[in-house]
Every structure is written in structure tokens, then in C-alpha cells.
Design a protein around this ligand. Sequence first.
Ligand code: SAM
Ligand code: SF4
Length: 334
Amino acid sequence: MFKMSKLLDSFGRRISYLRISVTDRCNLRCIYCMPPEGIPLIPHSEILSYEEIRTIVQAAAELGINKVRLTGGEPLVRAELPNLVEMLSQVEGIDEVSLTTNGVLLKKYAVELKQAGLKRVNISLDTLKDDKFQHITRLGKLKDVLEGIEAARDTDLQPVKINTVVMRGVNDDEVLDFANMTHKEGWHVRFIELMPFAGIRDPALRSRTCFVPSDEIRQHIMSLGKLEPCLPITGNGPTKYYRLPGANGTIGFISPISEPFCSSCNRMRLISYGQLCPCLLSDDGVDLKGPLRNNASTQEIRRLILRAVASKPEHHRLAEGVVSMKRNMSQIGG
Ligand code: SAM
Ligand code: SF4
């Protein structure tokens, strides 16, 4: 079997991680991600089948990818997602299949996902208040997500990480409540800086008005106690981790704008309609679906993956205000 030990991009970064957006559909309409009416949907026939995704992951694994994460849209709205988890868990060279979800359907699928080979989940949650949850997600119920978090724990999809996008004037007043959950519930909370995307309707959210830099959040949390830097709880991603004294859980910061981590970026992104993208924040990509549906050989697919990896930009230009205008977050998958 063809086997390369390391997949390197043009800047010498080792690429080992593939995020796969399995659908552009979602059961929520978060204010920082989608307009209220949703986005024009990609026809089902244009979305990669599970077999096509597996073929791409096999080729990527042969080149050096060893971890995949399923995302969306909301990955759990795609039918029979556990089947895909099982298929990808069995690909030679893939050590870990994980999931990013809004948690609404997690209670329903946690056991099946675990049995299929899922290792862990990241759950997005931006507020601990019912009415604000309704405001931020436009459609959801907080209770469903909290039950999803419980289900993830009960089925040992651990460690569960909670992703929280902080927005000034929306949920920045809850930063300490989330930090306290690292004590009370042992949550691993990660505060994410708000990024401007095409799908955001509210001008305040799209501009810098609602942006809160990680350092401001860090300073605020220090009112609860000293934040001790600690090692990542898993993996080697861009999150910087800290712990409050005596807490079981950790507090992480993902700061694509104020503390860009492009120099250590190890990931590529596969969009549901078959484009392999080198960066969350660029409009570039290499089409894999067309060649796959025209019976391209595995060698050809590997060659296209290498081309996409070679096109990975050195860094994004968010700080200069350059954003992707073609895709929003729910399409490319955060
Ligand atoms: N639906 C799933 C969920 O919400 O977890 C997976 C897809 S969602 C696009 C992935 C992550 O992107 C979520 O944690 C979400 O909070 C984050 N996200 C979406 N829009 C964002 C934005 N404008 N800035 C920062 N993070 C964003
Ligand atoms: Fe859906 Fe996730 Fe976007 Fe919210 S952040 S609208 S849950 S894709």
C-alpha cells in the first residue's frame, strides 16, 4: 500500500487532521452563523455520499492524515451518521474520529455513535440561560443541549469540550458562569473569538462591535482565581489551556484574530459538496467530487489532495478584514 509518513505543506507544516462537513443543513440558526431564513441548500445529489467520503479519507490516510472530525451544518441531522462514523473508524491509518455538534440531537444518538467508534465530541453552547439560548440559536431549547452533554458523559464520549463563542452585549456577561462550570461540572470550556462570516445578518456581529479578544476574557476570569496554564487535554490543536485552582475542568482560548495560530495549523477541510479546502478563511479549494464521480483512480485522488495541501496559505488575513465571501461557517464547517 502507498504510504507516506508525513504530509507537509509549502511552509513545512505537518498536515494530519481532516475536518469533514457532512451537511450544510442545520436544525438551529445561530445569529453568528446563519441568517434567520437559513441559507440556500445544496441539492442532496451534490453532497458527497458516505462511500465517497470514505474513499477520500482512505486516500488522505495514505498520505498521512490520522484524525478526522465530523462537522457541518449540524452533522447529526444527516441520516445515519453512525454508519459514517463506523466506516471511517475502520479506515487504516485513522486513529480518531470525533464530532462537533450543537448537541440538540446528541441524547438520541450518543450510544449509537459510541458503538460505531466515535471517540469524543465538542458541543457548542453559548449561554446557560433559556431565553438567551432561544435568542442566539433562534430555534433551539437549552434543555436539549444540556441533556446532550449528559449523554456524552454517560456514554464516555470524553473529554467533552464545550465551545462558546463570546459576543459583546450578547453573552459576555456569562463568561464567569461558564468558567465556574469547570468547577461545578468539570466541563472543559473553550472560549472562541467571534469571526466575521458572510452569513451573519446583524451588522454589529459582523463588525468588531461584538468582538471580544481572548485576553479580555482571560483577565475577567482571573477575578475568580489564578489561571494556571496547563497541557492540552487532548490533541495538539490551537487552543491554549488553563485551569482555575482546584477545578477538574479546563478553560481554553481559541483566538484566530487576536492570537493567530496559522503557523501551527495542521488541518484541511472537506466541504459537503466535495471541495477540499486548505483554510477555513479562504475561498480556495480543489474539487474532489467531479473526479470521484468520473472514476478517478486513488492515485489521482491522492494527487488532488496533495495539490490542495500545497495551496494552503501561510496565514489568514482576518486581522486586515479579509473574510470569505463565498462560504459561511455552516457550509465549510467550523
Ligand atoms: N452545528 C455544529 C455546531 O454548532 O457545533 C457544527 C458546525 S458549527 C459551524 C462549528 C463551530 O463553529 C461551532 O462551535 C460554532 O460555535 C462555531 N462558529 C460558527 N460561526 C462562528 C463565528 N462566526 N465565529 C466563531 N465561531 C463560529
Ligand atoms: Fe447550526 Fe452550528 Fe451554525 Fe449554529 S453554529 S447555525 S448549530 S451550524
